[in-house]
Design a protein around this ligand. Structure first.
Ligand code: FUB
Length: 347
């Protein structure tokens, strides 16, 4: 019986209890950013590989080298089509390694792939690549977005046609090194260095409006503040609620929903606000922890129904950096609260 030796997980049993199955099984995929373009669902995931890099708290084992775009004709499909390599790190002049969670946007018939990578000095930056097709191939800009940093870009188009990028990630995502507005290159390289103290306001995700051509930031990136029910900013020590990585934005009935992963406590959580910059007020959890260390998602409407795209490490039997993207229905209740999803049915 394939049982995980550390956590004693019976993966045959777990996979029978999973509420959904991997959308592709011939490659490992993660961090799914889903969009509907021309009536079809396109998923922009990370493409997980085992490059043999040592596992550490900085995420060195996430050594991804390219992106594949997946598509589905409808959310009822049980599998997705893999359209092959859409962008490779070797084709990005400024990037050295670690193509982490991407996102995509469409404007005036052009498609934009937004992606983080470490540059040749080891600093995460965010780049853009363009295509005439949602499946690529994407041609990268020669330089990353000016003043971009950290990881996990998510691009949201508001109803007025303005586009915003949400981004940032803690530990290996280097967000904690940018607290003064410039990169702190000091040693130690430990992911726990440079973090706020537990009693201080938590590190914030960042938001910046994009220029009309979607190639640069229109403004300095701002802090996206998440408040508790008393109107106080969440604290760094509040690690079952505060931001860690995996930003996403969706709008439901005129309300802005910012969602994220709490990282070391493995929850996908959300907060609501009345404008794209916030502040946002914490509301609850979208997804309980999945198998694997990371949790990362997107939320996308198809017709009048909403779906959560997420990943877990069930196919790889728990290997943290070998994940698989999945889809499951997501519901807002009559008050706008998102019903918390359990990724596995109870035993
Ligand atoms: O896939 C690499 C990193 O793992 C992502 O950028 C994070 O959000 C986490 O899912």
């Amino acid at each position: 019986m394939p049982e995980d030796p550390i956590n004693h997980i019976d993966f045959d049993d777990l996979n029978k209890r999973a509420i959904s199955s991997p959308l592709v099984t011939h490659i490992y995929t993660a961090d799914p950013s889903a969009h509907v373009f021309d009536g079809k669902i396109y998923i922009y995931p990370s493409h997980d590989i085992d490059a043999g890099d040592a596992f550490d708290d900085l995420g060195s084992h996430f050594a991804m080298e390219d992106y594949h775009v997946l598509s589905m004709d409808s959310p009822e499909a049980t599998t997705a089509t893999d359209h092959g390599v859409a962008l490779h790190v070797n084709d990005v002049p400024w990037a050295a390694k670690q193509l982490w969670a991407p996102d995509a946007a469409e404007k005036d018939g052009k498609y934009y792939l937004f992606f983080p990578a470490k540059d040749h000095t080891g600093i995460f930056r965010i780049g853009v690549a363009l295509s005439d097709s949602p499946i690529g191939p994407f041609i990268p800009q020669p330089q990353p977005i000016q003043k971009s940093f950290s990881i996990d870009p998510a691009v949201f188009r508001d109803d007025d046609g303005k586009y915003y990028m949400y981004f940032g990630g803690t530990w290996g995502g280097q967000l904690q090194r940018w607290r003064t507005g410039v990169f702190n290159p000091e040693q130690p390289e430990s992911p726990f260095a440079f973090l706020p103290a537990d009693h201080e306001p938590a590190l914030c995700a960042k938001v910046a409006r994009l220029t009309d051509d979607l190639l640069e930031f229109e403004e300095e990136a701002r802090d996206l503040v998440i408040l508790d029910e008393m109107g106080n900013a969440l604290l760094q020590g509040d690690n079952t609620r505060r931001f860690f990585e995996a930003s996403w934005m969706h709008k439901y009935k005129g309300t802005y929903y910012f969602s994220w992963s709490t990282g070391d406590t493995h929850y996908l959580s959300y907060a609501t606000g009345d404008n794209p910059y916030g502040p946002f007020t914490y509301k609850g959890r979208i997804l309980e922890p999945v198998v694997g260390w990371t949790s990362h998602h997107s939320i996308c409407a198809y017709g009048d129904k909403w779906y959560l795209f997420y990943h877990d490490s069930s196919l790889s039997k728990g290997v943290t950096h070998l994940r698989s993207v999945k889809i499951t229905p997501l519901q807002h209740d009559e008050y706008g609260f998102i019903k918390t999803i359990e990724p596995y049915r109870p035993v």
